[in-house]
Design a protein around this ligand. Structure first.
Ligand code: NAG
Ligand code: NAG
Ligand code: NAG
Ligand code: NAG
Length: 329
């Protein structure tokens, strides 16, 4: 069986010129994430052994690897960010180059300079064979790292034009907010940060009106947005005078340009609700390893096979991903 899962590649950078696994969540609860911290680090880096075995034993044919948040979006200095992106992309390409039947990759991009981002995406797709890009929400910039860049501004048109021309998806992944925001919003209740609440929305759809062919992927069942479409669209209409430049409403974009993945949001009833809201033809199965254990994904997708029609299940587990990522091209 061919299951597609989106996975997270080895992050983060402990030195200026080598890509290393980060010391992953050394909080003592790594048991839940599949073994000890040392096992996890080894598994992140050594995709050809443990990872592949785990894919085989969980019926996963293909994994897309990418750099865990915040990755390049955390580098405020443009030159460092651009060099790091090239380093990560080259390293990842080298890692998977002898097994592209089982592994694909999303490019990491420095988003300081839209032209440079466009060119690195083009190189990653054309020369390295990557299937798209993944950005971890806003790009930090400025001397103090406190200026946040969003990609709906006109200066990014050149980037989105390249995305359109290459016909590859861009995955919007959330990131942990900068400390300033965390202090202002979550100082009273740190347990709410991250996926519990903070990640709920990190997506701007403004660009879509200008680039009708764009394919945007949003994880974790659309970061909850499809659960709230009517309210969002009603409110956006009211606030249009504040400068809304979208041509369509968010509901429409979720049916024309945006795809979502399950990534760890393994809630069958919520999935059914989303299928009703945006259509099964917008939803792809993914796991979100290493934040989520691979067998948990298997239990979810296998469980759905009991209630979904075979062709619907195939669409969710593989067919749509093959189409969006153009794996058969
Ligand atoms: C690819 O290269 C890695 C590292 O040398 C190796 O462990 C792995 O077995 C190779 N995979 C294939 C399919 O040749
Ligand atoms: C942005 O990147 C392009 C392509 O590398 C380069 O020609 C241009 O000078 C850069 N712009 C700035 C402001 O650094
Ligand atoms: C966040 O709050 C902590 C604790 O009060 C403080 O030490 C730190 O400087 C603050 N950081 C920012 C960026 O505001
Ligand atoms: C969104 O736009 C579509 C197409 O114009 C329209 O049919 C629908 O009623 C709108 N939804 C909301 C909630 O405004």
């Amino acid at each position: 069986m061919f299951f597609l899962t989106l996975s997270i590649f080895t992050s983060i950078f402990l030195s200026a010129n080598s890509v290393q696994a980060r010391k992953f969540r050394d909080t003592g609860d790594n048991e839940k994430l599949g073994g000890t911290n040392a096992e996890l680090v080894a598994n992140l880096l050594d995709v050809h052994n443990q990872r592949l075995q785990s894919m085989d034993s969980n019926n996963i044919d293909f994994m897309v690897l990418s750099c865990a948040q915040p990755c390049i979006q955390g580098f405020s200095d443009p030159v460092t960010a651009e060099n790091m992106a090239v380093l990560v992309n080259n390293e990842l390409a080298g890692t998977i180059s002898n097994n592209t039947e089982r592994f694909g990759a999303f490019a990491s991009l420095a988003m300081h300079n839209a032209t440079a981002a466009a060119l690195e995406l083009q190189r990653s797709v054309k020369e390295l064979g990557f299937v798209g890009a993944l950005v971890n929400d806003y790009q930090q910039s400025g001397a103090d790292g406190q200026t946040l860049l969003y990609y709906d501004q006109p200066e990014y048109d050149i980037f989105w034009q390249m995305v359109s021309d290459l016909d590859v998806p861009v995955y919007f992944h959330p990131r942990t907010d900068i400390q300033t925001i965390l202090n202002l919003t979550y100082a009273h209740a740190p347990s709410l940060k991250g996926p519990a609440q903070e990640f709920a929305v990190g997506l701007s759809t403004h660009i879509l009106g200008r680039f009708p062919k764009l394919k945007i992927i949003v994880g974790h069942l659309g970061e909850r947005i499809p659960s709230d479409l009517v309210r969002i669209d009603t409110q956006l209409k009211r606030q249009a005078t504040l400068g809304l430049i979208m041509k369509q409403n968010v509901t429409t974009y979720f049916r024309t340009n945006i795809f979502e993945t399950t990534s760890g949001n393994f809630a069958p009833e919520l999935l059914n609700f989303h299928i009703n809201q945006i259509g099964l033809n917008r939803i792809m199965y993914s796991i979100d390893y290493p934040y989520i254990n691979i067998p948990d994904g298997t239990a979810f997708i296998n469980g759905l096979a009991r209630t979904m029609k075979k062709e619907d299940h195939n669409s969710l587990a593989r067919d749509l991903a093959i189409e969006v990522l153009r794996l058969n091209d």
